[in-house]
Structure formats: structure tokens, C-alpha cells
Design a protein around this ligand. Structure first.
Ligand code: HEC
Ligand code: HEC
Length: 439
């Protein structure tokens, strides 16, 4: 937005080129004229009932028909607690904060983005959301000044890392930011439900943006309704930015893939997940989605992605899986993982998604390579909230799925059970089916 003084300066400096300046001033002055439409409560209500009520409920009480099986739950918009703000803790969000939530959605939750609706309609929704709660009449939003972005070049990552430990972020988010801090397992939100400290290495699953500026806003404003406090009185603006750039530096770039390419090696296959020979295989990341939600009983799913590599020789194929899990559990319910192979691609249509397996008895069977942390041998390792595991099988086992180099791709899926979350049977995190290709 252009402020009055800068417009004046602009007008002064280019007084000679009057025509040009007149046009330019008009164009630049435009953002000052609010792009927001005047409130149209009827329109807001109609669009809200169409697009939001199924989750947030007709009056915003968070009790829509689709809300039951959701984790985290759709917000009770009448209650007036908002997580993602640029305002002081305990004060409501700004209109821009709400507009942003509607425009970008909240990744890592079921709250969708509403890019498909014109901006004007989104503003009507902002007004409607504000009409659902008294908090907007009773409490003024207190925007927090976020300080000055030093830019990534001005960021001192060492300092940021120190602050991350000093300020106690590690208690919840863990030393490496994988959501595995000592307090992580006990966190509960304002509504009495268990909540996960975000895995900060998974930038793609931050609800409200993963840029340094977004992180600074979360740090200074806190995330109301959750155990994540506001640090506005605990840290200077400069330090907040250093920490935000540190957080940004631990975000790992995901390599989402629809195919896993196994690479051929001579001699024995590596049995150890830390063997240097794994470097020669391309990494494929698969997203995992949780199968079932048992109300009140389970923690929200922690395992949201698995990293896969594959190597083969003339006899065998080995897979290396790695995933983040806040705790190691090697007694029942133990951490487990399975790799599934579909014997014939055409059977996919009968099997459906991995989520629906095991299906009815007449459905075609899958080949399952199962691993459990119970009695784990040297082929798996757990450290700092991360499992690494190697599983292998013959290329063509008797009665199993035959794999041939340059042959037709085979369909593969992965399921991970988090024992610390009480996950057993169909309650687990599943991938989609992807192609397994032997190069
Ligand atoms: C499919 C379900 C679903 C739909 C449809 C949906 N939401 Fe949400 N919404 C959620 C969930 C789940 C959350 C809570 C996410 C969290 O706690 O991290 C949420 C959170 C919110 C929040 C709170 C943000 C904050 O800072 O705490 C607002 C505001 C909101 N939704 C508005 C809307 C509006 C307006 C619409 C319709 C245009 C809408 N939602 C449609 C599921 C939905
Ligand atoms: C008491 C536990 C706790 C502490 C301490 C804590 N956090 Fe969090 N943090 C959480 C929880 C819980 C969430 C997830 C909130 C949710 O899912 O709605 C979270 C989420 C986040 C997010 C993700 C925001 C988004 O858009 O999804 C960031 C970034 C973050 N924390 C950074 C930090 C940093 C940096 C510190 C230290 C200055 C810190 N947190 C301290 C519990 C904590």
C-alpha cells in the first residue's frame, strides 16, 4: 500500500512529466482505495451455508455433518478462538488474517482453500465469520509489529539454533524439529483433545505458511487454542527473525514421486540403512494418510510421509524406508511398517486404495512384506524421532510377485503403524499405490 507522504514525493519528483505522473499516481494510489466490497450479509450467509456449514455447522458451532471424523476438528467459529493470527494472543485475527486463511486453506488439516471463489466473495465470508462470534464486537484485534526481515543473507542460523534450544522450542518440537520433544506426547489443546507439536522439518504441512515471515508471526502471536505460546515478550524482533530463518533451514524439501526407481548394484545388497551404497538410489517420498479415527482415544496421526529407496541385484531387491515418528515403541502396540505389492496391475481396481485393505475375502490378495519393531535386528535404527529400515525379498519368490528388470512396473504401497499412537490393524497411515520400476 502507498502512504500519503510517498505519493507526495512521487508527485514532486516527476512534476515535469506531468501526464505520465498523473497516470502513475492514479495507478499507485489505487491500493489505497479498499478493494473490499461493502458487506452484503445475505450473500455471506448463502455462501457460508454452501461452502462451510458441512464442517463448521450452520451457525458456526463446529458441528457440521462432516465434522465428526475430522482431526483436527473444524473450529467452533462462535467461540472466538483463532489459531493463525498476526495479532496479540487473546485478541481476534485481523480481517486480512481471516482472508488469508480462507484463500490458502490450512494445509495439514481438512480446511480447504477457497481460491475458486472470487476475492469479493471471500471478503463476504470474512464478514460472515466475524458476525458469528461476539469476540469481534468485544475485543479489538491488536496487530503485532513483526519487525524487519533481515533477509536470508542477514540470517545467523547458529544464533537461531541456540535460541530455538534456549526458548524451549525443543521441549515440544524436539532437538531436530521432528515433533518429538519430551513434552510432545502429553500436549492437549483448549478443547481437551490431544495435539501434535508440528514436525517443523515438513514445511509443506505448516497450516499457515512456511516462509520466515509466517514463522515470525506464529512465534510472536502464538497459536491460540493450542499449547504453543506467544513469545512476543520473551524475544526481540531481531532474534525472532533469526529463529524463523533457522526453522526455515531445517525444512526438508520433499521429493514427491509417483514411481520408485530401483537401481541395480553388483554383489551383495546393503543390509544396513546407513550403508553408503544407498546414496546411488534416487529418493522417492510418499505422502501417508491416516486410515481411521477413533474418537477421543488416539492421538492425531504423526507419520505423514515415508522416504523410499530401492536397490536390486540378480537375486534380490532391498528397500530402505525412513519416516519420522516421535517415539520408539518396540512392545505391543509396536511401531510397524509393511510394503505391499499388487500381483497384477489390473487387480488394483478390485483392491481399491491401500486404506481399504484388508477387504472382503473374495478380493485378490496382496503380497505383504511386514516389519515390526518388536525384536528388531540390525536392519532398523531409530534416532531423534526417525526410523530407518531395510527390508528385502527375492526378485521372484515362489508364489510371490515376480519382478523383472525393464519389465512391466508393479504397484507398490506402504503402510506405517505408530505404536506410540496405539495404532494396530486398519488404524495406520497409508500411501497411495505407486509404480515400482527396476532400472
Ligand atoms: C472440509 C471441512 C471444512 C470446510 C468445508 C471448511 N472448513 Fe474451516 N476449518 C476446518 C478445520 C478442520 C479447521 C481447523 C484447522 C486447525 O485447527 O488447524 C478449520 C478452521 C477454520 C478457521 C479458523 C482459522 C484459525 O485461525 O483458527 C476459520 C476462520 C475457518 N475454518 C473458516 C471457514 C470458512 C469461512 C469456510 C467456508 C468458506 C470453511 N472454513 C470451510 C474445516 C473446514
Ligand atoms: C508447549 C509446546 C510448544 C512449544 C514450547 C512450542 N511449540 Fe510450536 N507448536 C506447538 C503445537 C502443539 C503446534 C501445532 C499447532 C496446531 O497444530 O494447531 C505448534 C506449531 C508450530 C509451528 C507451525 C505453525 C503452522 O503454521 O502450522 C511452528 C512454525 C512452530 N510451532 C514453531 C515453534 C518455535 C520456533 C518455538 C519456540 C520459540 C515453538 N514452536 C514452541 C507446540 C509448541
Amino acid at each position: 500500500m502507498i502512504s500519503q507522504p510517498s505519493l507526495k514525493t512521487l508527485a514532486g519528483t516527476c512534476a515535469a512529466a506531468l501526464f505520465l505522473c498523473w497516470g502513475l499516481t492514479l495507478a499507485l494510489a489505487k491500493p489505497d482505495v479498499s478493494p473490499r466490497p461493502a458487506p452484503d450479509p445475505k450473500l455471506g450467509e448463502v455462501v457460508y451455508q454452501e461452502s462451510c456449514a458441512r464442517c463448521h455447522g450452520p451457525a458456526g458451532a463446529g458441528d457440521g455433518p462432516d465434522a465428526k471424523r475430522m482431526e483436527p476438528k473444524p473450529r467452533n467459529l462462535a467461540e472466538g478462538i483463532f489459531k493463525f493470527r498476526t495479532t496479540a494472543s487473546g485478541t481476534p485475527p485481523t480481517d486480512e488474517d481471516l482472508f488469508r486463511t480462507l484463500s490458502t486453506g490450512l494445509p495439514g488439516s481438512r480446511m480447504p482453500d477457497f481460491q475458486r471463489l472470487p476475492e469479493e466473495t471471500r471478503w463476504q465470508l470474512v464478514y460472515h465469520v466475524k458476525s458469528l462470534s461476539k469476540v469481534f464486537e468485544e475485543t479489538r484485534p491488536e496487530p503485532i509489529h513483526l519487525g524487519t526481515d533481515p533477509g536470508s543473507k542477514g540470517a545467523n542460523l547458529e544464533k537461531g539454533k541456540e535460541l530455538f534450544a534456549q526458548l524451549g522450542c525443543v521441549a515440544c518440537h524436539g532437538t531436530h524439529g521432528r515433533g518429538d520433544g519430551p513434552s510432545a506426547a502429553t500436549l492437549v489443546d483448549n478443547w481437551g483433545l490431544p495435539i501434535r507439536a508440528a514436525d517443523l522439518t515438513h514445511g509443506y504441512s505448516y497450516r499457515a505458511g512456511s516462509s520466515a515471515g509466517d514463522v515470525v508471526a506464529r512465534l510472536l502471536a502464538g497459536i491460540d487454542g493450542t499449547p504453543m505460546p506467544s513469545y512476543v515478550d520473551a524475544v526481540s524482533k531481531e532474534d525472532a527473525w533469526q529463529m524463523a530463518y533457522y526453522v526455515r533451514s531445517i525444512q526438508e524439501k520433499p521429493r514427491w514421486a509417483r514411481a520408485i526407481e530401483a537401481v541395480r548394484v553388483e554383489g551383495e545388497l546393503p543390509g544396513d540403512p546407513s550403508d553408503a551404497r544407498w546414496d546411488s538410489a534416487p529418493r522417492a517420498d510418499l505422502r501417508l494418510a491416516s486410515g481411521l479415527y477413533r474418537e477421543g482415544k488416539v492421538l492425531p496421526a504423526a507419520v505423514t510421509a515415508v522416504m523410499v529407496k530401492a536397490l536390486y541385484n540378480d537375486k534380490e531387491i532391498a528397500f530402505r524406508l525412513a519416516w519420522h515418528d516421535p517415539s520408539r515403541n518396540d512392545t505391543e502396540p509396536a511401531d510397524r511398517a509393511s510394503l505391499f505389492l499388487i500381483p497384477d496391475r489390473r487387480a488394483k481396481f478390485q483392491i481399491g486404495s491401500l486404506r481399504s485393505w484388508p477387504a472382503s475375502s473374495d478380493a485378490p490378495s496382496l503380497e505383504q512384506l511386514a516389519w515390526s519393531a518388536e525384536g528388531t535386528s540390525g536392519k532398523a535404527a531409530f534416532a531423534d524421532g526417525r526410523w530407518e529400515l531395510v527390508v528385502s525379498r527375492p526378485l521372484s519368490p515362489a508364489g510371490g510377485v515376480g519382478l523383472t528388470p525393464e519389465g512391466r512396473p508393479i504397484l507398490l504401497g506402504i503402510a506405517v503403524w505408530d505404536g506410540g499412537n496405539g495404532e494396530t490393524d486398519r488404524h495406520r497411515a497409508n500411501s497411495n499405490w505407486v509404480d515400482l520400476v527396476l532400472k
